[in-house]
Design a protein around this ligand. Structure first.
Ligand code: GCW
Length: 719
């Protein structure tokens, strides 16, 4: 028997590495390389005991059945009695009440709904490694953490670890249409197969839930914020119910987008006025019905009066009146309204940067407790780099959540490797100076500075039907990083990159250093070859693919000229007191520092200042020269990423290698394209020579302007 086992083990560990197509994500359990760790895992997996029975524990069992053979070569053994054959205990605080003293119980209780405690528990002279949560989902989170530590070799069975998420709602927002196109999706079609639901369950739904639970994501909004009211019909509720049932054991709640005009579109009413009794009754009935199908329904996510979406303004009502009406329908069931602050109108003659604050600050204190305002990280729109949104710190009695975009609409879509965690970290750590002098965006969002009870971090999903889920393998790192930051917004990007890299590429330290290096440089590289020095919104029209600094026509606030304002004298958007005064919306400390072009960090320079082409930069060079140098440097950084990657040839899985290598080839070309197109365009305005030390841009401007991309993904195709 023993011989046989050894043989099997040998076989498993000596099998050639199967090509990795990315489907397994970071749950691609590998043989544990460290032999001490492997025998430790072996011992622990041979006696697992659950103190209760529920669908979440069944999910843990299934996960271990999948993971253990890959990690140790053996199937796990679930014991039926908790002592003799058992090594590991799993259960909730209540289930394990007999084994924990009062003080431990209090400690664990304080970890809250989703927290977990894990460590050794000695009982009648024997030590049991124990994972305990206040709810089964806490046990699940602890379990995933445990597997991760075994995989990465950091597990220590004598150590106690306690964790609890700092943010309550850790939610993915899918911009998925009911016809399965995905707005700003670059990884194929929507994974929600509405046509075959509720009868057919795609196994992907379960794998999706596993992946999310493993990084602590606990909510999902299934449908596009540019919403279709049909999702609220009974037929579609039945479909959504199936997904909610699948996600429940994994601790994931379903939200849906509510189209404000639904009472007209599917309710047969003449109005959607939020103060109209029939409208109120419509939403109440709809919501009650929803909870019959999905008893733990999360609530509604709403985009109103923005980019053509209907909203309360049509009826001269405020965002608060609109949100509160929905909140009242949800409140009896414990549901939440997530109301987006991404509002702006081209009919209002005001810098788009200012419009959210102008609308929401006067409404401070007017929203119900179960409303949270979801604010994009910056005031414009997920640009490669934005200063933090001035709404953070500007309101005192309104719940604010932050919305990040995981899908890389403006950051290379699915052809570029751009690790977004450093950008999110930059925003989360930004000092707002309000409500306290030390406040940060993270402190507002997690409630520690703002005191708000309801907390949220949202990420616009980058997931689609592509085999590897995210189109670009490194898109997975962004999904992973979002989950980790939503759990703990104070984590650092390097640590997250390291975790993900180990789970995706294995433990080899040299590989790790190289891959991590590429990831950590990638965001700065992308900003530098796309929109250096605070430039923004200069990408291609509509599909947003590639450069388009020349874009004009149509709505002014959708053109590039509106944002870069390049003219014969200079470039940049004056948002100081001599310009749009958007800077006024920040705390005095920021106003003071940023209104001075000498003091403002150069990365935000042209975001807030319009400066002459010959303006002297910190380097002593002119602004025009620095623009050229930056674009050129960006290209060099992209090339460096590619050459570092090439040195991994033979050291990592060949399929992973080749996939990323090809895409980095495209990325270098796209970086050159950005540099050439932008420099040629800006030169046509500045009329100055390029600095001699840079590679001179190739091609001519007319060529770049003539490029068309009718098959670009992310918008409904129209060609
Ligand atoms: O970033 C922009 C996108 C739109 C999107 C909008 C939003 C869903 O270009 O496609 O619409 O933001 O966030 O609502």
């Amino acid at each position: 028997m023993k011989k046989y086992l050894i043989l099997v083990l040998l076989l498993i560990f000596s099998l050639p590495n199967f090509a990795k197509d990315g489907y397994e994500l970071w749950l691609d359990y590998r043989p544990i390389e460290n032999s001490i760790m492997r025998s430790e895992a072996d011992r622990l997996f041979s006696g697992i005991f659950f103190f209760g029975k529920n669908p979440t524990y069944e999910a843990i069992q299934k996960e271990l059945q999948l993971a253990a053979p890959k990690m140790t070569g053996k199937a796990p053994i679930f014991s039926t009695e908790r002592l003799n054959q058992t090594q590991v205990w799993l259960g909730t605080r209540e289930e394990l009440a007999q084994v924990f003293g009062l003080q431990d119980q209090v400690t664990i209780r304080n970890l809250g709904e989703d927290g977990y405690w894990m460590g050794p528990v000695v009982f009648q002279g024997k030590t049991y490694f124990t994972i305990v949560g206040n709810r089964p989902v806490g046990v699940l989170y602890g379990f995933f953490d445990w597997l991760k530590s075994l995989q990465s070799g950091s597990f220590d069975s004598n150590k106690v670890k306690m964790e609890s998420p700092k943010i309550q709602l850790r939610i993915l927002n899918h911009w998925d249409n009911l016809d399965r196109t995905v707005e700003r999706g670059y990884a194929g079609f929507s994974i929600w197969d509405w046509h075959r639901l509720p009868g057919y369950i795609d196994p992907r739904y379960i794998d999706y839930a596993r992946a999310n639970a493993s990084i602590g994501i606990n909510a999902v909004s299934l449908t596009n914020v540019n919403a279709n009211a049909r999702i609220l019909t009974t037929d579609f509720m039945k479909k959504a119910k199936v997904l909610a049932d699948i996600f429940r054991p994994y601790g994931i709640k379903v939200f849906l987008t509510a189209r404000f005009s639904a009472p007209i579109e599917i309710g047969g009413l003449k109005t959607a006025d939020p103060l109209d009794p029939e409208v109120i009754a419509f939403w109440k009935k709809k919501t009650d019905e929803m909870y019959q199908h999905i008893p733990d329904f999360g609530g509604y996510l709403v985009k109103a009066n923005s980019e053509g979406q209907p909203g309360p303004h049509e009826y001269q009502r405020t965002h608060a009146e609109g949100a509160n009406m929905l909140a009242d329908a949800l409140a009896p069931h414990g549901g939440v309204v997530i109301w987006r602050a991404f509002v702006y109108s081209h009919e209002i003659d005001e810098d788009r940067h200012k419009q959210a604050n102008l609308e929401f600050v006067p409404l401070d204190g007017k929203f119900r407790e179960n409303v949270i305002i979801q604010v994009k990280n910056g005031a414009i729109d997920f640009q490669p780099r934005e200063p933090f949104h001035p709404l953070f710190g500007a309101v005192k009695q309104t719940n604010l959540g932050v919305e990040f975009q995981i899908t890389q609409e403006y950051l290379g879509q699915a052809t570029q490797l751009v690790y977004l965690s450093p950008m999110w970290e930059e925003v989360l750590r930004s000092k707002t100076f309000r409500p306290t002098p030390n406040s940060t965006v993270a402190g507002i969002v997690d409630g520690s500075d703002s005191g708000q009870k309801l907390t949220l971090m949202a990420g616009v999903s980058n997931i689609g039907t592509d085999r590897n889920w995210t189109g670009h393998l490194f898109g997975q790192a962004n999904w992973y990083a979002f989950g980790r930051l939503a759990w703990d917004p104070y984590l650092n990007s390097e640590q997250i990159a390291e975790e993900w890299t180990k789970l995706t590429f294995g433990q080899n330290p040299e590989n790790l250093t190289k891959i991590k290096g590429i990831m950590l440089d990638s965001h700065e590289a992308a900003v530098t070859y796309m929109t250096p020095l605070g430039l923004h919104h200069i990408m291609g029209w509509d599909h947003h693919y590639g450069p388009g600094p020349w874009v004009t026509g149509g709505r002014a606030d959708w053109t590039a000229l509106y944002y870069h304002r390049a003219d014969s004298l200079g470039i940049g958007f004056d948002r100081t007191f001599t310009g749009s005064k958007a800077l006024e919306q920040y705390a005095p400390e920021i106003i003071q520092a940023w209104s001075d072009s000498e003091q403002i960090p150069e990365k935000y320079l042209l975001w807030f200042h319009h400066l002459p082409w010959d303006y002297t930069m910190k380097s002593g060079k002119t602004l025009w020269e620095e623009i050229g140098l930056h674009y050129d440097q960006g290209v060099k950084s992209a090339r460096k990423m590619k050459s570092t990657w090439e040195s991994l040839n033979g050291a990592i899985d060949p399929e992973q290698f080749s996939h990323v290598s090809q895409l980095l080839g495209i990325q270098v070309q796209e970086a050159e394209w950005w540099r050439n197109a932008c420099l040629l365009y800006f030169q046509s305005i500045s009329k100055r020579p390029f600095p001699s030390e840079i590679e001179q841009p190739e091609g001519d401007l007319e060529y770049y302007k003539s490029l068309r991309f009718p098959t670009a993904p992310g918008i409904r195709p129209r060609w």
